[in-house]
Design a protein around this ligand. Structure first.
Ligand code: CUA
Length: 344
């Protein structure tokens, strides 16, 4: 009878502490705003985990503290405790219950993944390039942007590439996260469902400026998105028209900033991590690290230096300091070269 009373008391205490722990943990607001359709199933599963964690925490601490208080040694008690030789029923119980729980979570988790990865065949496709240390987004209409604009309530399929090292695309409000792997195209599907301004940050340590590898993410209504696209397309076409499809120094200058070239290549003659671009085009007898020289800095040489930077390392500079930009379209590379030509 005493045993039944202990059992009932402990059960009641475990339930009470579970409830209080769960309420306490959820009131902390551990999760940021939920702004995507994918956040629904993820937050639901997370919530269930918090419940189970609260229960396990209570189960252990309540029994521990209860035993310490209720079954403590009474004054004058000197004998040994009762001897137990195991309990087969209990062993079976605490093997079967976790087994069922783990299998259950496996099934729930797989179904959750199915929901999060659900494919919408009409998804908007955006190419994402993450490199040391910025993001660039290329839209199907041909223009590119350093801000990720997305329409609300439409799935976007991000096709992600990295020209240098591992990066990771992470917008906490969207919950999902995906690595960018050099030499591969990785995919991530997001359906933003709350208009607002967020931030994509790189979640994979990728070098000295990893912490600053952030870009704005703006979710707007479909109408506002369409207007933005129309505006961007007009700008892009005006640029193309102005240069009649020929390489354009203005676009090259924009790329110089967007691609992060300016982090290493100055325009005023000061040497940085990489050689300055001032007076580069047309230079003769450029000395290389291996003692040889480049007879003339021409388009061919610059093209090679952009797409295969380690082919010819300039004297006083280190090899492997620059990633390859071979993922750029040829027209973009020639825009850059056109810009370099203007830096007399
Ligand atoms: Cu890119 Cu960290």
């Amino acid at each position: 009878m005493r045993n039944v009373r202990h059992f009932v008391t402990v059960t009641a205490l475990v339930l009470l502490v579970t409830y209080l722990t769960y309420i306490g943990l959820t009131s902390l607001g551990l999760m940021p705003l939920a702004a995507s359709a994918q956040a629904g199933p993820i937050d639901w599963l997370f919530d269930i985990h918090v419940m189970v964690m609260s229960f396990l925490f209570s189960l252990i601490t309540v029994i521990l503290v209860y035993s310490m208080v209720v079954f403590r040694r009474k004054p004058g008690e000197t004998g040994d405790g009762a001897h137990f030789e195991g309990n087969t029923g209990l062993e079976i119980f605490w093997t079967i219950v976790p087994l069922v729980a783990v299998i259950g979570f496996g099934i729930v988790g797989a179904d959750n993944l199915r929901q999060v990865r659900a494919v919408d065949p009409n998804a908007l496709e955006v190419r994402v390039i993450g490199y040391q240390w910025a993001w660039r987004f290329e839209y199907p209409q041909g223009f590119s942007s350093t801000t990720l604009y997305l329409p609300a309530n439409k799935q976007v399929l991000l096709k992600m590439e990295s020209p240098d090292v591992l990066h990771s695309f992470w917008v906490p409000e969207f919950r999902v996260k995906q690595d960018l792997v050099p030499g591969r195209v990785t995919e991530l599907r997001i359906t933003p469902n709350l208009e607002g301004e967020y931030k994509v940050r790189c979640a994979e340590i990728c070098g000295t400026s990893h912490a600053y590898m952030e870009s704005p993410v703006v979710v707007v209504s479909q109408t506002a998105y369409d207007a933005w696209v129309t505006e961007q397309v007009a700008l892009y076409e005006a640029e193309l028209l102005a240069s009649e499809g020929k390489p354009d120094a203005k676009r090259g200058e924009k790329l110089y900033t967007e691609l992060g070239c300016k982090a290493c290549h100055s325009l005023n003659g000061t040497p940085g991590t990489g050689p300055t671009w001032k007076g580069l085009f047309g230079r003769e007898n450029r000395p290389l690290a291996d003692g040889s020289v480049v007879a003339l800095v021409n388009e061919e040489y610059l093209y090679e230096s952009i797409t295969a930077p380690n082919a010819k390392t300039v004297q006083d500079f280190k090899a492997n300091a620059m990633p390859s930009f071979s993922y750029l379209r040829d027209s973009q590379i020639y825009d850059l070269i056109e810009f370099i030509k203007t830096l007399k």
